[in-house]
Design a protein around this ligand. Structure first.
Ligand SMILES: Cc1cc2nc3c(=O)[nH]c(=O)nc-3n(C[C@H](O)[C@H](O)[C@H](O)COP(=O)(O)O)c2cc1C
Length: 240
């Protein structure tokens, strides 16, 4: 019997959860979504990229930032770490985001390319999990994307050694002013330490929230490389 276990979640009734004798105020909750929503094998089809595209487009209709995603990486000691990044492109070659190569995530990805992405679109009660292997985008691709960024963000990419300790906000402001002076009157080049990563999936999970927590979960695992849709995929339904 789990007498002393902390319970986090919705109690049978009332807004407060008791945990180890302390009262925890429940914050928010999962919206009920559409009770008729479902994910059938027929609707899902056999191509996870096509299904992702349909869901991403639907999320774009109702979500302010459907491209925001969790990125999980693994450190040298096997410890996971997780943060949000923005999806900047996707296709059958993978899912692309941009960052500082010398950041914590950059160091972890370079040493251990296995990573996972997570999208959650609450208005649709949909979650997509994508796992695979990450590699750097080409310098030309990183240059092309960097050139589209606002000048302030370009300067920031030079001025911030992302994930490293910083003595004060004033020190960052001085770095920004120094970089702005250095590139005054000319375009800001992409720093070598900044660029893209692309995650090539070998597993997708599509989760559709349903009533009574009897959700639909369909997993696609890649069984072979190549092919017209980035591989051959096996589809399996998981218990919710
Ligand atoms: C919605 C959202 C989007 C973000 N997008 C990015 C991004 O595309 N690239 C990035 O480097 N950091 C992005 N960040 C900041 C990261 O979450 C994180 O703070 C930063 O990348 C440092 O992570 P690290 O120390 O684990 O490397 C975003 C944060 C939020 C909340």
């Amino acid at each position: 019997m789990l007498r002393d276990a902390c319970r986090i979640g919705k109690p049978a009734s009332g807004p407060v959860v008791r945990s180890g004798g302390r009262a925890l105020t429940r914050v928010g909750g999962v919206p009920p979504g559409d009770a008729t929503a479902a994910l059938s094998e027929e609707d899902a089809g056999g191509d996870p990229y096509a299904l992702f595209g349909a869901w991403f487009a639907a999320a774009g209709e109702v979500d302010d930032q459907p491209e925001a995603m969790g990125l999980a990486t693994v450190g040298a000691d096997g410890r996971p770490s997780l943060r949000m990044v923005l999806l900047k492109g996707w296709g059958t070659d993978g899912f692309t985001f941009f960052t500082n190569y010398q950041s914590r995530k950059g160091g972890e990805l370079d040493a251990h390319p296995g990573a996972a992405l997570l999208f959650f679109w609450p208005a649709l009660m949909r979650e997509v999990r994508i796992e695979g292997s990450v590699s750097r985008t080409s310098a030309a691709e990183s240059d092309a994307y960097f050139a589209t960024r606002p000048r302030g963000s370009q300067i920031g990419a030079h001025a911030s050694a992302q994930s490293r300790p910083l003595g004060s906000r004033a020190e960052l402001d001085r770095n920004v002013a120094e970089v702005a002076d250095r590139f005054a009157g000319r375009s800001v080049p992409r720093p070598d330490h900044w660029g893209g990563y692309r995650l090539a999936p070998d597993r997708f999970e599509f989760w559709q929230g349903r009533t009574d927590r009897l959700h639909d979960r369909l997993v696609f695992t890649r069984t072979a490389q190549g092919g017209p849709v980035g591989g051959t995929w096996a589809r399996t339904r998981l218990q919710p």
